[in-house]
Design a protein around this ligand. Sequence first.
Ligand SMILES: Nc1nc2c(c(=O)[nH]1)N[C@H]1C(S)=C(S)[C@@H](COP(=O)(O)OP(=O)(O)OC[C@H]3O[C@@H](n4cnc5c(=O)[nH]c(N)nc54)[C@H](O)[C@@H]3O)O[C@H]1N2
Ligand SMILES: Nc1nc2c(c(=O)[nH]1)N[C@H]1C(S)=C(S)[C@@H](COP(=O)(O)OP(=O)(O)OC[C@H]3O[C@@H](n4cnc5c(=O)[nH]c(N)nc54)[C@H](O)[C@@H]3O)O[C@H]1N2
Ligand code: SF4
Ligand SMILES: [Mo]
Length: 683
Amino acid sequence: MPSARKLGRDDAALGGATTVVETACPLDCPDSCTLSVTVRQGKVLSLDGGAVNPVTKEFICAKVRRFGERVYGPDRLLHPAVRKGRKGDGRFVRVSWDEALGLIVDRMAQAIARFGAEAILPYSYGGSNGLLTHDALDATLWRRLGTSRLARTVCAAPTGAANLALYGKMASVTYDDYPRASLIVLWGVNPSTSGIHLVPYVREAQKNGARLIVVDPRTTPLAKSADIHLAVRPGTDVAVALAMHRHLFSSGGADTAFLEQHTTGADRLRERAEPWTFERAAELAGIDPSLLARAAELYASSSPALVRCGWGLERNRNGGSAAMAVLALPAVGGKFGVRGGGYSMSNSGSWKITTPWVNADEPGTRLVNMNRLGRALTELRDPPVDVLFCYNCNPVATVPDQSRIIRGLEREDLFTVVFEQVMTDTAMFADVILPATTFLEGYDIAKAYGPLSLQLARPVIEAVGEARPNADVFAELAQRLGVLEPHEPAGELDLLVGVINGLPPAIADAIRAGTPPVAPCGAAPVQFVDVFPQTADGKVHLFSEPLDSSTPAGLYAFQPDPATDAYPLALISPASDRTISSTLGELPRPDVKLTMHPDDAVARGLDDKDLIRVYNALGEVHCPLSVSPSVPRGTVSLPKGIWRRSTQNNSTGTALVPDTLTDLGGGACFNDARVQVASVARA
Ligand SMILES: Nc1nc2c(c(=O)[nH]1)N[C@H]1C(S)=C(S)[C@@H](COP(=O)(O)OP(=O)(O)OC[C@H]3O[C@@H](n4cnc5c(=O)[nH]c(N)nc54)[C@H](O)[C@@H]3O)O[C@H]1N2
Ligand SMILES: Nc1nc2c(c(=O)[nH]1)N[C@H]1C(S)=C(S)[C@@H](COP(=O)(O)OP(=O)(O)OC[C@H]3O[C@@H](n4cnc5c(=O)[nH]c(N)nc54)[C@H](O)[C@@H]3O)O[C@H]1N2
Ligand code: SF4
Ligand SMILES: [Mo]
């Protein structure tokens, strides 16, 4: 069968001429830029912004501009390989695809014969985030085999659970409508790094006279220009948001007519908010109570008022309740029904895309929470994890409790397959490595989750080395394992056709015609005008008894800070300008430093650029210090997604993160790491 890459290539691009090919960026970023890729003689020369997607405004981030360095870099995986040395040594010998797949199939068959298929754990997450690279032929394969299932909860699980509980995942305000707001609240989100195309819309709103509130421990670029910056201690947002609810309820700011007509559970929410005076919430959050009172008053009195709920506030023990309290604000405050008012968060559900192309029902097999990979590998019995198949994910760099994960991956009896683009921290522990194409070498359908765009990403170069796309490899594995019939769709092109045919018809037609499709909720929906809650009764559920009983301390509860005398500092690890999660983390990173407030540095006798150890009972990381008031006292910060090679002791932030789970959704508690910091020299 001809490969998608061959059919899709631009022939001129392979000749001597320079060609510009339009495609889209499917990486795990809210924006999904259109890209203009300049290609000569089959090689990527440069990447820039394209014109098709009006929201991304023809500029792209500095990270993806450098994507060519990943495609052709020294870490790129060019052919299948099997382990030669000890696990983790990173020594491999080249083998053919036939040998590699043969080995994997034999080893999987052995696992199934000995323990049953649940002993196989497929492990994947964001990778290329498009519709073709995950939850496609991979899902068909795993479901038909009856392997363990994976709860894919490393990100957006608590915010997703909160949005589902309150609104049944109603579509939310898109970037275009930000300039219509007279108040914008950026809550636990840093678009200057994590979704750069939102920034011009926020700036435009400010130019139009909008006020800005930022709730973030760090003084982010937008916090600098905010009217009010609440530099909260990580994990205290639930108390801060409940204090705002208390104010709305007690000062006449609550919209009683709206609450009556469109919500249930307002009384229960009010009860839970009652103890949270400004003073009490502010003390816990380490902020000035009068500043919190001003923020609450500004919110109560502004319309259109828009709250953007990010992901920074979800990554702790209280993350689900925090997201619920934040997302409930527009319902209590009566902020819906006007353009530019309401809430804005992930719009990934707004396309109403199901996955009919996954041709198998989900089995009722064991569900493993991905945030507990270390425990799954070291503690699960009946059956143990005998085969780990990791793709679209780099858990050694991105998942809590790095040391436990590494101990698990070092198990001699474990068979680990890593299907990857580059030699990641996780690939180093593989028994078999399979090389994957990047989004410049294959098809994908990029789905934005900030703006509402859905775009075809297409191959602009031939596959580098022997790299193959996910669809081709999962189809071949399924065939070899006898769970895919010869007449069934197989490979990337078949999948592309199947996926387009399986999309809602209006969207499929637009993609076939090459025009940007419009989501079923419209291009820029107004909440409670164009879109309504998708809950069973169409109401906003401000309280849920079942969730209240299944949440450890109850809904809207504040669970105390995990800090101890030995480990008093809260370590956070937000997105950085250098990587998308850990993608591109292989490029040299001299900038990896721990950021600490000057007072905390003085208290420890530390100076800027000192080599420090940041540590707790789980692990330690050695890196230079950056002393800066951009973090509050008591909070320190390391970049998310750094690779082990970027620190002085081969260990990164996730080594300090406990594998405890969030109150709702089973999410990761990255920002519940509590640590101490000392000079390496004095250790
Ligand atoms: N450049 C770049 N862009 C990215 C990514 C990337 O790695 N790099 N990752 C992508 C992905 S996967 C995601 S999920 C999004 C995430 O995008 P964001 O929602 O921006 O998430 P984070 O960067 O985790 O954190 C955002 C902010 O929350 C703050 N924060 C930390 N803890 C708390 C808290 O307890 N309360 C409050 N209120 N704030 C807190 C942090 O200081 C940070 O400034 O970005 C996407 N875009
Ligand atoms: N300390 C800390 N860690 C965090 C977070 C945090 O806040 N703090 N945030 C977390 C968040 S928000 C997220 S979303 C997770 C993401 O964590 P991961 O899912 O591990 O995301 P990436 O690090 O981008 O790794 C994706 C990998 O997939 C590979 N890949 C890309 N496309 C393909 C493909 O088509 N086929 C195959 N086979 N492989 C492909 C890439 O090369 C890359 O190595 O990280 C989390 N990690
Ligand atoms: S990572 Fe985000 S900002 Fe960068 S090119 Fe991709 S979609 Fe655009
Ligand atoms: Mo994420």
